[in-house]
Design a protein around this ligand. Structure first.
Ligand code: DGL
Length: 264
């Protein structure tokens, strides 16, 4: 198992925030990343559709013989995590639990949650946070325009700032102390979000805590890669790999050597 790759999927490039956190923590691990760009966005789709897409993504990664699957998409984690955990014989982890764990750490009493419409409607964060720490006040709202702005590469653009203010200033006015970025696309907007709503609100990005979870699972199983020789990561997209590559490089602030097109 040690030499096998970590499989990661998202509906698009947003999951690269999780990919980067995994590589920062475990640079020797090989990652196989799948962005389902042909069917993005997931955040506006029904639970049934998100589950079906997620199963197909996971089957592709299983074909690559990965040792663990990370669902680097909140919309997919909200609905498909238990299905994939039941179905597959390798560990599968999502991003909701790690994000909720980070949200309840410390003494904040009022927490804001933002995500896609699917994630917010699932109430997955609210349920998990309430289970971890009953009694916390939670305000949530979907921010459907953030994903297209990010996919367009408008990471610091006047329109993006305007949209952030429109969605988030009402949450700020309700007195939230922390804001959970409940979509893997949002961390790339972190700096701009902070500038618009003020640095006093702590932004929670589940990429870090998700990575800690993956690291402890692989450590416990003794499945961490142990050869000194690194092998190149693999990137796949279900549509428009050139675009994935171009925007992905803006995300990662470095070159992506190759993105291969696949279809189901
Ligand atoms: N990255 C996805 C998530 O975390 C959002 C993008 C989409 O709607 O497909 O929910």
């Amino acid at each position: 198992m040690n030499q096998k790759a970590i499989g990661v999927f998202d509906s698009g490039i947003g999951g690269l925030t999780v990919y980067q956190a995994l590589k920062d923590k475990m640079p020797d691990e090989k990652v196989v990343y799948l962005g389902d760009t042909a069917r993005l966005p997931y955040g506006t789709k029904s639970a049934e559709t998100i589950i079906r897409y997620s199963e197909e993504n996971a089957a592709f990664l299983m074909g690559k013989k990965v040792k663990i699957i990370v669902i680097a998409c909140n919309s997919s984690s909200s609905y498909a995590l238990p299905h994939l955990q039941n179905k597959l014989d390798i560990p599968v982890i999502g991003v909701i639990n790690p994000g909720a764990e980070a949200a309840v750490r410390g003494g904040a009493q009022k927490i804001g949650i933002i995500g896609t419409t699917a994630t917010i409607n699932s109430r997955a964060y609210e349920k998990t946070i309430t289970r971890l720490k009953p009694g916390l006040k939670i305000v949530s709202r979907d921010c459907p325009l953030f994903v297209p702005l990010v996919e367009e590469g408008w990471l610091d653009h006047p329109v993006t700032r305007l949209v952030i203010g429109e969605y988030l200033l009402p949450l700020k006015n309700q007195g939230i102390e922390k804001l959970v970025l409940g979509c893997t696309h949002y961390p790339v907007l972190k700096k701009v979000i902070s500038e618009v709503i003020g640095a006093g609100i702590e932004l929670i990005d589940s990429a870090q805590t998700t990575t800690e979870n993956v690291f402890s699972i692989l450590t416990e199983l003794d499945w961490l890669r142990n050869s000194g020789k690194r092998s190149a990561d693999e990137f796949y997209a279900t549509d428009f790999p050139e675009r994935f590559q171009k925007i992905g490089e803006i995300f990662l602030k470095r070159k992506i050597v190759k993105v291969q097109a696949i279809s189901f």
